[in-house]
Design a protein around this ligand. Structure first.
Ligand code: PMP
Length: 366
């Protein structure tokens, strides 16, 4: 269905998000840009209530449902406001008066979720990775979960620190996850969760859409006086079409799910992602020149973080890498260092090129 890529000046993009999109997806979007399906207009120019767009949003939903094997009792929503609005919507809908929610603090993104929840109600910090500088994921046995928590919130992959859950904790209260930076990168059981959300701009599509999977029962918890747009229930009634959604973003998510399917689905992609990350971590472990940040058992397959001896050298690395066509390797501005984001759309060849560049860099500067 997708055309093969052709020669052009595209860099290897290791940016953390908005991030690389699959080239076949971009090509298909370009081909359909001016006249979508014989409509004489682009998908961006037509009504979100048209038959044509309805088919697109249904296909995006069924693409997500099929890849993640989403049970019927969950709704698939494409909302706006990014993962950042979900930090607020989750407690606004699920944290009732007098209740408390458990939060696992694994880094910068968990911290933002915690901050928003505290504005709504009471938060029990079930674990705080501060003493390990947020460089590891806790074992389930380390979590201090409250007996009557409204829900338990985790961040499946910390995009800045580069730590990722390898297995999810089993919890009595509904488990809620921010999966912004590792959704669709590996297979997992949706039934373990009450709700999960993911900003699209890493593995799903462009920014401006956030995917929400919610068990329909949970949507009933919202207080009656919660504003209409902030209520999950509103968006369930006519899925994702209460107001005008990001039609272009949803269309691209449809294309991305078709691309993942064409590669053989999540199991195939997971193996490829493990292979890509393995190549990079092997290089980082090969000499003391490289200083990988995350604890070994918590290393992210999506965001690989490391340091060099000093900041000037890190600066030099990022600059020379960019010149060599390896873009976006500078660590997040809040922590510095180096980071390679190797999401689904970053090909193995990009990681091989990076590893080879690292070998040369060490020879010259080691
Ligand atoms: N959570 C995680 C794990 C993220 O990586 C990001 C963005 N990088 C966010 C939340 C915030 O997402 P948004 O900018 O879409 O609000």
């Amino acid at each position: 269905m997708f055309r093969e890529g052709f020669l052009m000046a595209r860099v290897f993009n290791f940016g953390a998000g908005p991030a690389a999109l699959p080239l076949p997806v971009l090509e298909k979007a370009r081909a359909e840009m001016l006249d979508f399906g014989g409509s004489g207009m682009s998908i961006m120019e037509m009504s979100h209530r048209s038959k044509t767009f309805n088919a697109v949003i249904k296909a995006a939903e069924s693409g997500v449902r099929k890849l993640l094997n989403v049970p019927a009792e969950y709704e698939v929503l494409f909302l706006q406001g990014g993962a950042s609005l979900q930090f607020a919507m989750v407690p606004l809908n699920l944290l009732g008066a007098g209740q408390s929610a458990d939060y696992v603090h694994t880094g910068a993104w968990a911290e933002k979720a915690i901050k928003e929840a505290k504005l709504v109600g009471s938060v029990n910090l079930a674990w705080d990775g501060k003493s390990d500088k947020y460089m590891r994921i806790p074992a389930a046995s380390e979590l201090k979960l409250a007996p009557n928590a409204a829900y338990v919130h985790i961040t499946s992959n910390e995009t800045i620190g580069g730590v990722q859950y390898k297995a999810f904790p089993q919890t009595q209260a509904p488990l809620v996850a921010d999966m912004s930076s590792d959704i669709l990168s590996h297979a997992f059981d949706v039934k373990q969760f009450g709700l999960l959300y993911a900003g699209a701009q890493k593995n799903l599509g462009p920014s401006g859409v956030v995917l929400v999977l919610i068990h329909k029962d949970l949507a009933e918890r919202a207080p009656a006086n919660l504003n209409t747009m902030l209520k999950y229930k509103t968006h369930l009634a006519e899925p994702s079409l209460y107001n005008t959604p990001n039609t272009w973003g949803i269309y691209l998510i449809k294309l991305v799910t078709e691309w993942v399917e064409s590669l053989g689905g999540l199991a195939k992609l997971q193996a490829l992602n493990e292979e890509k990350a393995g190549l990079l971590y092997k290089t980082l472990d090969s000499s003391a020149y490289w200083k990988p940040c995350a604890h070994k058992d918590s290393r992210s397959n999506m965001n690989v973080t490391w340091r060099l001896g000093n900041e000037a050298l890190e600066e030099k690395f990022a600059k020379e890498a960019t010149k060599a066509g390896l873009d976006g390797l500078k660590g997040h501005r809040s922590v510095g260092g180096l980071r390679a984001s190797i999401y689904n759309a970053v090909p193995k060849e990009a990681v091989e090129a990076l590893v080879s560049f690292m070998g040369e860099f060490e020879k010259k500067n080691g």
